[in-house]
Design a protein around this ligand. Structure first.
Ligand code: ATP
Length: 374
């Protein structure tokens, strides 16, 4: 659309040392964060981690206790919300019920005294694919359509940054998934910075190019979705993004760039680059391996497992068919009572509870965390 402008960094968001305390409670610890113009950025975390407070400080709805908020070259820390080049879309989209869709979207322009609004409103309605609905009232639209009206109503003000606070929270799962792709398409089309708050890891990973995982008022890790998933640096991140098996192990010898880990009487190989824990011999680490990276072979066929794979022996405790795959819980002597989760798409009639199995995976899919941190 004609909305797309050339980047000039005026849509950069720079938070320097911003924090927020309520009385003696610290909701957000001093935080440094840069969101480059044009990116789709997600603040992800469980309820109470401080993500909404962070977003509200960018919007100007909350005054930071310390620190500064910059949008592009402008220090907006002390500007009221309406003087900032940002707009916020909330979960409760609060459309005007008595106005039709066209007038809801036109609202921002009319308030600024702009008379000829038709072209811009129509363009916005096209963008969110509601061109046909212009003369309906909000209650005649579905939840997903209403949410798109809220997005159009915000974007018509040409903000440099669009802030989204759990905008899909009220929608059912299927509609949520559709709207995630829809919002991503809209962001790509308009090219402005989106900062999106969610507690849903799949949502953050689907939509955002950069995700900040928040915990207890701090950003624990920041990165591209695949990087966070494959190289989590803390147990919190490992467990918050998908399911992670974490097995206690001890650092053994080095073999070239590889580190050999002792897990019970088993040996696991870890590429040195994938270890964020101290690697002095004897150090305790948690070995991480994602369920879908593990293959399961019946113990009778163990001889067929290719060399060079990491292996653990175990016994199937539970097998649940979940459609796309079967989810196994494995008891393994090396995990001392800890169950290992395996997601396996191959079928083998012998892989039933009680069967002895070998779990195996590529060393490249292994990561290790500092056990002392956990
Ligand atoms: P949620 O998804 O539940 O909104 P969140 O991660 O967005 O969670 P925030 O809303 O940022 O969390 O709140 C962070 C913490 O600050 C919470 O423990 C909350 O209770 C507290 N908090 C937020 N606003 C206030 C306030 N006005 N006064 C006191 N405490 C507050």
């Amino acid at each position: 659309t004609t909305m797309k402008t050339t980047p000039d960094n005026s849509g950069d968001v720079r938070l320097s040392g911003i924090s927020k305390t309520y009385g003696s409670f610290t909701a957000v610890h001093p935080l440094d964060l840069t969101v480059p113009e044009g990116s789709f950025f997600a603040l992800l975390g469980a309820s109470g981690c401080g993500k909404t407070t962070t977003l509200r400080m960018i919007a100007g709805l909350e005054e930071p206790t310390t620190g500064t908020v910059r949008l592009g070259d402008q220090d907006v820390t002390h500007l009221p919300p309406y003087k900032r080049p940002v707009n916020t879309v909330f979960q409760s989209y609060a459309l005007f019920p008595h106005l039709d869709i066209f007038e809801n979207v036109a609202f921002g322009l009319r308030r600024r005294g702009i008379k000829s609004v038709r072209k811009q409103v129509e363009e916005m309605l096209e963008l969110v694919q509601l061109g046909e609905q212009a003369r309906k009232k909000p209650h005649q639209l579905s939840g997903g359509q209403q949410q798109r009206v809220a997005v159009a109503r915000a974007l018509i003000n040409h903000p440099k940054v669009l802030l989204l606070d759990e905008p899909l929270g009220a929608l059912d799962l299927k509609l949520r998934r559709q709207m995630q792709l829809e919002l991503k398409r809209i962001q790509t089309e308009v090219g402005i910075t989106f900062v999106h708050v969610t507690h849903d890891q799949e949502e953050a990973m689907t939509m955002a190019d950069t995700v900040a995982v928040m915990n207890g008022g701090r950003v624990e890790q920041l990165g591209a979705p695949a990087d966070l998933y494959e190289n989590p640096r803390t147990t919190f991140v490992a467990n918050f993004l998908g399911t992670s098996n974490l097995i206690e192990a001890e650092v053994g010898t080095r073999s070239g760039d590889d580190i050999v880990l002792k897990a019970g009487d088993g040996k696991l190989v870890l590429p040195g680059a994938r270890c964020t824990a101290p690697t002095t011999a004897g150090g305790k680490v948690l070995v991480g391996i994602r369920p879908e990276k593990i293959a399961l072979t019946h113990a009778d066929d163990a001889g067929e497992i290719p060399a060079g794979r990491n292996r653990l022996t175990g016994r199937i405790a539970d097998a649940s068919f979940i459609g796309v795959s079967t989810q196994y819980v494995i008891d393994s002597p090396v995990c001392a009572g800890l169950s290992v989760y395996v997601q396996n798409v191959e079928r083998d009639g012998r892989l039933v509870p009680g069967a002895d199995v070998v779990l195996h995976w590529s060393p490249a899919h292994t990561f290790a965390l500092d056990a002392a941190q956990a």
